[in-house]
Write a protein that binds this ligand. Sequence first.
Ligand code: ADP
Ligand code: MG
Length: 668
Amino acid sequence: MELKKLAISEKKRQALVTMGIDSVEALLTHYPFRYEVVEETPLSSWEKDGKVTLEGVIVNRARVVRYAPKRSVTRFQIVCQNKLFEVSLFNRPWISAFQVGKTITLMGKYEGGNRITAASYNFQPLHEQEGIKPVYALKEGITQNDLACYVKKAFQVLPHQENRIPDELIAHYRLISRDQALHEVHAPTSSAMLKQAFRHLKYEEFFLFQLVMQGLRKNDHAHGDKPRKQFEQDEVWELTRALPFALTKDQKTCIQDILDDLQSSASMYRMVQGDVGSGKTMVAAFAMYACVLAHKQAAFMAPTEILAKQHAENLKRLFQDYEVEVEVLYSALKGKEKQRILERLVHHEIDIIVGTHALFQEDVYFYDLGLVIADEQHRFGVEQRKKLLQKGDKVDFLLMSATPIPRTLAMSLFGDMDVSTIEVLPQGRKAIITKVVKENSMRSILEEVLTHLDQGDQCYIVCPAIEKNEDYAMRNASDLYEALKESIGRVYQIGLLHGKMSSAQKDEVMQAFQKGDYQILVSTTVIEVGVDVKNANLMVIYDANRFGLSQIHQLRGRVGRGDRQGYCWLLSDSKDVDAQARLQILEETCNGFEIARRDLALRGPGDILGTRQSGVPGFILGDIIADSNILEVARKDAGIVLKQMETGAYPALKRYLDTHLREAQCFD
Ligand code: ADP
Ligand code: MG
């Protein structure tokens, strides 16, 4: 229902729309982000600097003192529980509101003695206000009162909210109704009822998410009619002879899972997850080799050109004694060169094509695409992956993720995807020594870093920004680069790398660093993925608190790839205790699973796992870590309900699903 129905002024309506509230229904699901318990603070429990809520009677005329432009303090006295108090109220210079004899309700801080600093006030009796009060997230132009009022109106025009979850499930889990839950969330009658409301709404979020995810999966991967890929598994394993090392046990298991998938009649939809450096690329290579032996083409998507090129080079080297044609495609390739590759691709003169998003552009055609692999899958949108999958018929699909998460969680979040995990790192890999430095400066560590450089190590220095930005006080790569050149540039070779440079420039710098021409590379997070530089054993990260944990873990995965010890320094002058505690996690553990788990708990899955997709309902209340048991139950339930829908059950829910599937699937 349109917001216009609520008689909200146009200005306010637009403010609501910028908050993502564009319908009356959306108002009801704009849940409070926290609650405040309003109750009178008994005088006996008042503490200096503690919060107090009280009711009193004004006993003298208010005075206003203006101490700066637009700055004032209003003072008056009240009697509360037979005691006299002096009240200060900042920046409300209206004397006439505070008439002697009026009863006033105040919320604020007790300063000790007889002094109170009020943060808010009103003239409604306190006992009428006591209870659990919702606090909404706001944008400019909308107040708490506005929102509370609109929600009230919304309930008036939408008197009853139907359940979305099937009634059987509501009964089974003894949930309150959706209608009741929504009322309780916006106007709790008790904390017990509020809990019940959350139970319903969280389950609903997870259930609907699962329904759409699994519905998508069903549509995408109609089971059972894929032509089985024809190859001998033994022949694939022969490839181990071309390797300078033995595969780890986990790599072997992953490869075996994949070979079985390729030979089955159901399309593969599998994720290989493993920590940075666990050797996922090799698993991909075996998968692609199997596909090639079955006379089909494989596409390997990488998020950056540098990474695509590196993959292509490694694969070419691996397959140099085999009849496997490897090529690389990226946007910067133009004209004849690109044309030539596209032609060879469509004529099956290329077996494996590695590339960036250039791979799923319209002019790319395959002769017979059999396998798509997305490296660093979270860097690709769901739509992009799909575009590539559509370049073949019943294509097998493999995703690679360096943000390993528990298996059931992965299955839940990715809609019943199969998961293979590489837990053990190749032998001899040393954990990177990580240190948190509590200032945003290299002053205290510079000596140490330079000593390492003198011993032949190379160092990445990562900044959150490319250039100076007035709005955000953070280190930028350009200025730091200049400053370093100024101070140590005569002794050390320093390079600069960032996302605004052309890919030719980036390549040049990266290659120079790889060759050892630079000892220091000042960079943004463009180095995040993939690239191997054997002597790069040092990394310094400025403003580390601005990055996600998994992201830092990925970044530091760039160092210590050779035989020498890797070091990572996390610089941050954040005074935020939580931020420092978060960074401490990285000092304590190098286990990607543990870090991903903590990061998910802190930031939610959308950003980290690339699961955000239009059409797929998200979570507002649900917390995938804390509520993982609900998520798991909802996953199973959704699967059952989806099956029953095929026989005509749950028509209303089916309509809901179809609408969302349509939205999720139109991506042109
Ligand atoms: P990631 O899982 O982060 O993508 P890579 O596939 O880039 O890791 O592998 C990291 C490095 O480990 C590469 O240099 C690769 O050649 C090497 N490697 C892969 N598998 C093994 C193994 N079984 N034993 C030793 N080194 C390996
Ligand atoms: Mg990798």
